[in-house]
Design a protein around this ligand. Structure first.
Ligand code: 1PR
Length: 527
């Protein structure tokens, strides 16, 4: 029996699912006595350092945790569960951590995108059986803006490079803690959890040290989901956002099944977009919640869900906040939520007033779950102009001339799945959302969607050059070469495709094969 410390702030379902997939049962801590009597304790921290420590204090868990940690029983901390072991954090300087390990938690102060999101390697600094059976080019999933700096080097188990060399896991006696998420790191992560669960077997893997670890470019599979005219929830695919063919909604498969297949075939991340979410009441839209619950049982890479995340009032007059909706999605297995239409409306309001109210969905979700949990999905369309002065928007010079020979264009934001154009450009939207607390941009392009003609490199450069958060390039992938082009010509951290994967024209494995000697990627190793 594994005891899991959940203080109610996010997605612990994936950790539970990962442990259960190894045949172990999980007991969730409901009061202090569960910590006191635990035989093996797993602590997956989520949210922010300050809110985590406040909740642990409110629930009187702190002393019980300290007793457990000094008792010699096995402990695995994940992400904030690692940071909690330290004395203080720059994320919340006024509140103490557990202080079991001397040292502090620092904010990344580097020239690269922060949060550090994605698959990166590890340099093993001392042998540990936690790494039994792993190859030396494994990558693990990270998502964080802070890292631990222990005073005593002897606790350092691994380091990782991202702008600087930081400590990515520690081990002292029976305490092990990782900055990366084993439960989101595919087979390699499951192996680490297995090694932890098998505590008692003292066989130790020798350390391995690679040169310098590198963050992988991510290959993302996207599933646009909606009900068809028969009422079945299906994965569909648009052609410049038009998902109907001969009047019928295209049906390319079942969401849970396709997500499982893409995980098996090496997808680094999976995104579900409920494309008609803008007209539904999300919390009554139980099928999407069920899709997440089912998918997260077998898919151990990050899951993002979008569509309809906003404040709303149901038909009985009951009010729900976007935070309520997001919380339900996180509880059901989502690691990130994606906001489309609402982000545009929020940015418009912010540009009008210049005031951060703290009330918008982006600010509220970011405050509780952290910036890394919020993706802003942008659905822009190219608008050509003869000269940059013609409009009050961020205009780019384009090599792809317009129908009347125009050499300038801007990218108009849309809402409701492209149905309504707004007086806001994609570059400004991305900048405002970053300011309000978004952690990543999913950059679609209506003109390119479903065309197989390659990503819109100009759009991606315009947006990626204007923000410091990671950008996922989306729309237009037609072959493996297009992925190389987007990584070679832009700063995109990830590239997404839908149609070519659904129609089995190009496989994720073949994209990775093609990229393997050109771009840093997570190698796809089926154990
Ligand atoms: O506005 O918060 O309710 O969220 C709705 C979400 O649904 C948005 O993220 C929006 O992008 C998405 N969406 C709405 N309508 C459509 C549609 O297609 N009719 N899909 C839609 C957007 C774009 C990508 C697609 C890529 C890659 N789809 O999801 O997967 O373009 O496709 P490709 O590789 O085949 O070219 P809200």
């Amino acid at each position: 029996m594994i005891t899991l410390l959940d203080y109610g702030a996010g997605n612990v379902r994936s950790v539970v699912n990962a442990i259960e997939s190894l045949g172990e049962s999980v007991k969730i801590v409901s009061d202090t006595s569960d910590i006191i009597s635990a035989e093996k304790l797993v602590f997956p921290g989520v949210g922010s350092f300050g809110s985590m420590m406040r909740i642990l204090n409110q629930k009187n868990y702190v002393e019980a945790l300290k007793d457990y940690l000094t008792s010699g029983r096995p402990f695995l901390g994940i992400c904030l569960g690692l940071q909690a072991l330290f004395e203080t954090s720059e994320e919340a300087p006024d509140i103490n951590g557990l202080g079991l390990i001397s040292g502090h938690v620092k904010r990344f102060d580097i020239d690269l995108s922060v949060p550090h999101i994605g698959w990166n390697g590890i340099n093993i600094k001392k042998p540990s059986r936690i790494f039994n059976g792993l190859g030396d080019d494994e990558k693990f999933y990270f998502v964080h803006s802070f890292y631990v700096a222990p005073e005593d080097d002897s606790v350092i188990l691994t380091t990782t490079n991202y702008g600087l060399e930081f400590v990515s896991s520690i081990q002292r006696g029976s305490i092990t803690a990782t900055q990366f998420h084993p439960e989101k790191s595919g087979d390699a992560g499951i192996k680490i959890l297995k090694n932890f669960l098998e505590a008692g077997d003292e066989k130790k893997a020798s350390g391995f040290v690679s040169q310098e670890t590198r963050l992988a470019k991510r290959i993302v599979a996207c599933l646009d989901v909606r009900s068809n005219d028969q009422g079945d929830l299906v994965v569909t695919k648009g052609d410049q956002y038009d998902v109907r063919e001969k009047g019928e909604v295209r049906n390319l498969g079942q969401p849970v099944e396709l997500a499982g297949r893409y995980y098996q075939k090496g997808a680094d991340e999976i995104i579900f977009l409920n494309i008609t979410g803008f007209r539904d009441f999300p919390l009554e839209d139980m099928p999407m919640i069920e899709v997440l619950k089912q998918t997260s049982k077998n898919v151990f890479v990050p899951l993002t869900i979008g569509g309809g995340i906003r404040d709303y009032t149901d038909k009985d007059g009951r009010k729900y906040t976007a935070l309520d909706v997001a919380a339900e999605y996180f509880r059901s297995g989502a690691d990130k939520i994606s906001i489309g239409s609402d982000a545009v409306l929020i940015a418009e309001e912010y540009l009008k007033t210049g005031v951060k109210t703290g009330q918008s969905s982006i600010e509220q979700i970011s405050e509780v779950y952290g910036a890394q949990a919020i993706v802003v999905s942008i659905d822009p369309r190219r608008v050509y102009v003869m000269s940059p002065d013609e409009v009050d928007h961020q205009v780019i010079e384009t090599a792809e001339k317009g129908p009347n020979g125009e050499t300038y264009c801007w990218y108009q934001c849309t809402i409701k799945g492209g149905r309504e154009g707004r007086d806001l450009d994609a570059v400004t939207l991305a900048q405002v959302c970053e300011k309000l607390g978004a952690g990543e941009i999913l950059l679609n392009c209506i003109d390119k969607d479903g065309t197989n003609s390659g990503f819109d490199i100009e759009l991606i450069n315009a947006v990626a050059g204007a923000v410091t958060i990671p950008v996922i390039a989306s729309s237009g992938a037609g072959c493996a070469e297009h992925f190389y082009e987007v990584f070679a010509k832009t700063e995109a951290e990830a590239a997404l495709a839908a149609g070519i994967f659904h129609r089995k024209e190009v496989s994720i494995a073949s994209v990775k094969d093609y990229l393997s000697d050109k771009v840093e990627i997570r190698p796809f190793i089926k154990m």
